[in-house]
Design a protein. Sequence first.
Length: 662
Amino acid sequence: MAEEKATAKTSVLLEETRIFEAPKDLAENSNVMKWMKEKGFKTEREMRLWCSANYIQFWGEMAKTYADWFEPWSSTLEWKPPYAKWFVGGKCNVTHNCVDRHAQGAKKDKVAYIFVPEPTDQPTQKITYAQLEKEVNKFANGLKSLGVVKGDRVMLYMPMIPQLPIAMLAIAKIGAIHCIVFSGFSSGGLNSRIMDAEAKVVITVDGFYRRGKPLPLKPNVDEATANTPSVKNVVVCKRTGVAVPMKEGKDIWWDDLVAGKSDACECEKMDSEDRLFILYTSGTTGKPKGIEHVHGGYQVGPAQTLHWVFDVKDNDVWWCTADIGWITGHSYIVYGPLVLGATSIMYEGSPDFPDLGRWYKIIQDNKVSVFYTAPTAVRMLMKAGDSWAKKYDVSSLRLLGSVGEPINPEAWMWYRNTFGAGKLPIMDTWWQTETGTFLVSPLPITPLKPGSATFPLPGFNIDVLDEEANPVPLGSGGNIVSNTPWPSMLRAFYRDPERYQKEYWSTYWDIRPGTYLAGDKAMKDKDGYFFIQGRIDDVLKIAGHRISNAEVESALVSHPKVAEAAVIGKPDEVKGEVIVAFVILRTGQEETEELKKELAKHVRTVLGPVAYPETVLFVKDVPKTRSGKIMRRVIKAKALGKPTGDLSALANPDAVDAIPLI
Ligand code: WTA
């Protein structure tokens, strides 16, 4: 049984004194413990240290354990900083490991996905590995008939329905590269990504459900592809039946594309380093970065971490509540669980439809045993109170997880008590789109502290450095870095090698070349526990979604009445942060309440609901450096009533006084 060793007097992170041991039976029977025993490791610490010191050997073993290879690799790692090649010379295909080998083996009748539609009058759908294989193959043959070949980019813009993983796996099977755009982005966000990727085909749906109401999605694609010559076809999956215009010769219904297609399709034999997908994510500038991941290494990381951290076993029902449009969904709804041959829940809708009991009900009805969600959702449910949870039986759960932003100790405790009957461990996993998989995280054997992602995982060499590249002493903070490469790391930015080098590798290059700068701050407490503190750059985390300040600003400036804009994140009890925009209007424009609403709506139209500014404020000026860079940090400090620090570098210090409190 779980043990609480000490009671917290305070929730101030570094003074956190509560330590929660894992339930003994869980720890003893865990996948990681089994491996430790086989290898003769006595303690968790000893095991973590050995795996990290011998990371090349470790990952070589993991790559053989978790994936089948058409041809073995000749060298486990070639590392020419900042470029890593893993499993060099190996031939594989991630779809073989996700689908074919299960469908053709003992797991053929095992359920891969339990799909729960948002409308409550539509039945839950179970898809076995054998069925998944057929659907993937038919769609892969459909794509081939459109002329999609190895290396082509295919854009996906879809809600959470089974056709999304089916399409991803089909694209991977034929060696093409998928790029998913979260369906909470609008046509503007989709357009810029299609342009950058020069996608040949876009796959979408007629419409999707939002709180039980069918809404059209296809028109966004029509707008987004009006000026994209690379796009030859748009494949439309019918989800809601809402009427949408179809362009003769370009648009094709999914059902028509797969009609009469064979349900057999050979995997393209991919080189380990061949690209699997591009996922656009936000950085410091307004231009999204196309993060590239590869077949070989990426098929190892998510599966291995899901097996070790979340202890997923053959009889588990795994539920990761993320959207597949983000990395969490890529790695832990699609690739990780499928490589393991696990059963996953895929839920189409929002946590509060038709009411706040929906998630508990899904857990109860499907006997979910391992559950992974984001702090923002935990806080939303916490705010709604325990009464919803009490209506349902969630005792099938045995392990919990959190991702996307720091989880505050209060939410951590509530999550543990409500979902976890006061005893289940919470795996607080720290990672990024770039990393492909967890880097800092507990294992189910790790003594936990609320709000801490605990320690670097086995096989990683993660540290916290000061500005001079010295590891910080225990009890203080700095930049999180990785000192060594790992298999599921990003390989590059799509067609932008310079930015790749600059963003992650330049900071410590002169002192310690090959040090990966993650872009987050962290503190290590006296026991070496990591407490993640958020981004060092101008990247927002709105309800766990990664959005760049600059992207929202450029959406605002694209409005004809706006001259300039500065966007900051304001702390929010539920969403972590919300967007506040300070807008300078063009000369002669009137500052009205109407216009504030119009501008917020404009951002929704250009970028999507995911980037909706909660507050728009008009100002005459914003503080800038002499080189013209907007000082968001100063604006934020002033707006939140905090000390603004040294203002001597500003070109216009007076602008600070005019920033209102928010
Ligand atoms: C933040 C999401 C604290 C962090 C997987 C990181 C976290 C960014 C955690 C990446 C966590 C993610 N605790 N912060 N457990 N997990 N983050 O690319 O700031 O959407 O850099 O990947 O989310 O966001 P991304």
